[in-house]
Write a protein that binds this ligand. Structure first.
Ligand SMILES: [Fe+2]
Ligand SMILES: [Fe+2]
Length: 132
């Protein structure tokens, strides 16, 4: 079972960022799948860490890419990344206390994929097409 499968609607038109988004999606799906399978807390903790680490890497790579194409809304995009990381951190803190990944956590991940990638990242994808 997966949280969400890759589809054309997630394609932002920048190959390097698409491949990182695919990795992000794969880690999210792994977390969803292992949680559904009632995996041990230690294992879930490991996948959460993997997701957090990859997210930091992806946001850094994406911000560097936006700088390289002189994307005008880079500062705004950085703030949105910061706030996503803070929300992610607070969900991880909840998990650390309870040992349970709540439904709201997976709703947050879905929002991240739909609102951020399909909404916010898509904007620099459009920009990149015309500013190469
Ligand atoms: Fe982004
Ligand atoms: Fe992204």
């Amino acid at each position: 079972m997966s949280l969400l499968d890759w589809s054309k609607s997630l394609d932002i038109g920048v190959e390097a960022m698409n491949s990182e988004h695919k990795v992000l999606l794969a880690i999210m799906n792994k977390l969803y799948d292992r949680n559904e399978a009632k995996a041990e807390r230690q294992e879930l903790k490991g996948v959460l860490k993997e997701l957090g680490d990859y997210t930091v890497k992806h946001f850094n790579d994406e911000e560097a890419f936006l700088l390289s194409i002189q994307f005008p809304d880079l500062e705004k995009h950085k703030l949105i990344h910061k706030s996503l990381l803070e929300k992610f951190g607070s969900h991880v803190a909840d998990f650390t206390k309870s040992g349970v990944l709540e439904k709201s956590f997976f709703e947050f991940l879905k929002m991240w994929l739909s609102a951020h990638i399909q909404g916010i990242d898509m904007k620099y994808g459009e920009f990149a097409k015309t500013h190469k």
